[in-house]
Design a protein. Structure first.
Length: 381
């Protein structure tokens, strides 16, 4: 019972911690990952000025409609070196996200102030180029291929360059920290792309059924575009989180199997100790089904008492961690300072069903051994 208790409690705690990490990571990603993204199936850009996209923009359920123009670029800063990363130009509605400031380590999330345009850079860009956002004498130099350039003796003529000052440094995750975000007008001038965009990012108001929205958009938009939800935009991330979760679950289940199968040994010893009682019950008319049911019920009782008590303790531990952050990270963690947890009813159902299934198997084996022992007792009698 103690083994099942510890195993069940550990399963609830570990699964809840993985849920918490998933929730934190997804929330950090959601700052830069829209609920729905529309991209062209062929080519890099498309024209958003169509009746369909204008109708989408007027949807009353829509929270933000962001035009995105993104391209790989060579970035220089003073004499500290070079860095190749992505530069993403976004339209004004991108700034509607109220959580953007929470990603900033230094500076502000400012893209446009007065007549001046700025860029917000990822932590990797800052570390590689040693960017000082307080230095207003050294702008970032962004180079992209000049699509209209002809062959020339001057290699610099084959590149389009723009100069822009950084306003802030954000730190989210490795995939995003090599990104530079600026106003879409800067990218339009840099790429000489007056109207086309790379993607359209859509975020909807709370309570909107995103599955229905995606299905409706896919039916109307045709086959020339791809519509991705957050899971599809970050498929590798979600798969990694799920794989890690299930691998840990399987490892803990193996430990739980060992604990539960100790029931076989315990009940076998009980059968040996209760030989006289089994003989008395048999002489009183007890059949095989009754004897087998007694030992099966005892095995299930041991397992379920341990399981329910373990889940209850796991629930209490997770609740205390969620409310008070009892187990904390080191001081170098900036995003979160304590292990996150998120309780889900599905985890409790999963643990209960898993323990019940393994217990039924172990108790069934023990009960069959009791019947076998009953036959030996009858032969002795």
């Amino acid at each position: 019972m103690l083994g099942v208790f510890i195993g069940s409690a550990a399963l609830i705690v570990i699964l809840s911690v993985f849920n918490g990490f998933e929730k934190v990571i997804v929330s950090l990603y959601s700052n830069f990952t829209p609920e729905i993204r529309i991209e062209p199936k062929q080519g890099k850009t498309f024209d958003p000025n169509t009746p369909f996209f204008n109708a989408v923009h007027r949807d009353p359920k829509l929270f933000s409609f962001t035009e995105v123009l993104e391209e790989k670029a060579l970035i220089r800063y003073g004499t500290t070196g070079e860095f190749i990363g992505s530069v993403r130009g976004v339209s004004e509605e991108f700034l509607k996200n109220p959580q953007l400031d929470s990603t900033i380590e230094r500076g502000t999330f400012t893209l446009h102030a007065g007549n001046n345009y700025y860029a917000v850079i990822g932590a990797n860009v800052q570390a590689k180029l040693s960017v000082n956002i307080r230095d207003q004498l050294s702008p970032l130099q962004i180079y992209t291929p000049n699509r209209t350039a002809s062959s020339s003796a001057d290699p610099l003529s084959e590149f389009q360059v723009t100069y822009i000052y950084p306003s802030g440094i954000f730190n989210i995750q490795q995939d995003f920290n090599s990104l530079i975000i600026t106003d879409i007008s800067i990218m339009r001038g840099l790429l000489k792309e007056p109207k086309n965009v790379s993607a359209i990012d859509l975020n909807y108001k709370k309570g909107t059924n995103l599955d229905d929205v995606k299905s409706d958009l896919q039916d109307k938009i045709g086959v020339s575009f791809t519509i991705k939800d957050r899971y599809e935009q970050n498929a590798d991330l979600y798969k990694t989180l799920h794989y890690e979760r299930w691998f840990i679950f399987i490892i803990l289940i193996l430990v739980l199997v060992i604990a539960i199968f100790n029931i076989i040994g315990s009940l076998t010893m009980l059968v040996i100790e209760k030989q006289k009682d089994i003989a008395i019950l048999t002489s009183l008319g007890a059949g095989k089904g009754l004897i087998q049911g007694i030992f099966f019920f005892e095995g299930m009782m041991i397992s379920f008492i341990g399981c329910i008590a373990g889940m209850l303790i796991g629930l209490i531990v997770c609740f205390l961690q969620e409310q008070f952050g009892l187990v904390r990270f080191g001081d170098n963690m900036s995003a979160i300072d304590a292990y996150p947890v998120a309780l889900r009813a599905f985890d409790f159902v999963l643990v209960f069903i898993t323990v019940g299934g393994i217990s039924a198997l172990a108790s069934g084996i023990s009960a069959r051994l009791s019947i076998k022992r009953l036959g030996e007792i009858k032969e002795e009698l």
